[in-house]
Design a protein around this ligand. Structure first.
Ligand SMILES: Nc1ccn([C@@H]2O[C@H](COP(=O)(O)O)[C@@H](O)[C@H]2O)c(=O)n1
Ligand SMILES: C[C@@]1(CO)OP(=O)(O)OP(=O)(O)OC[C@H]1O
Length: 157
């Protein structure tokens, strides 16, 4: 059994969509990035890659490659799953925290969790997604960006 950790941050800016866990969330600002900037899925990708000692998301999907411009991060996540499967691993469980002052994410978390379970080929009981504010402190508290942390266990099958 192996453990991996992932962390990512994207800035909130006008004229971008806010997509978290593959769910489009109505909000006047969205996340800036080369891909769809789904900060939750990027943290989960990094946790999986970390657990398998496969580097990080930027190594596999460079932000200088036009192929990944506007990429759907669920596709990137499924690719990361394929990479760990090639090394003989399957996902044990994943736990993630989105650090976000606003908007309120609780209504969207069940759908994020369902997407993660589907993309990672596990049942929903092995995936957890949480949200927290930072009580208006720091860059997340000022609403300048959203961060996400994730841990993943993977096991040999
Ligand atoms: N963007 C967010 C942040 C938090 N939540 C939910 O509110 C609960 C309380 O948050 P605190 O930061 O005050 O601990 C948290 O446990 C989440 O359930 C949310 O929905 N969206
Ligand atoms: C996903 C990639 C690739 O499109 O771009 P971004 O959307 O900017 O995201 P980031 O979290 O900076 O990670 C790595 C990138 O290579």
């Amino acid at each position: 059994m192996r453990i991996g950790h992932g962390f990512d941050v994207h800035a909130l800016v006008p004229e971008r969509l806010l997509i978290l866990g593959g769910v489009q969330i109505p909000y006047p600002l969205g996340l800036a990035g080369h891909s769809d900037a789904d900060v939750l899925l990027h943290a989960v990708c990094d946790a999986l890659l970390g657990a398998a000692a496969l580097g990080d998301i930027g190594r596999h999907f460079p932000d200088t490659d036009p192929h990944f411009a506007g990429a759907d991060s669920r596709v990137l996540l499924r690719h990361c799953l394929g990479l760990i499967q090639e090394k003989g691993f399957a996902v044990g469980n994943v736990d993630a925290t989105i650090v976000c002052q606003r908007p309120k994410l609780a209504p969207y978390i069940p759908q994020m969790r369902a997407h993660l379970a589907q993309d990672l080929q596990v049942s929903e009981g092995f995936v957890n997604v949480k949200a927290t504010t930072t009580e208006q402190l720091g860059y997340t508290g000022r609403g300048e960006g959203i961060a996400a942390h994730a841990v993943a266990l993977i096991q040999h099958v």
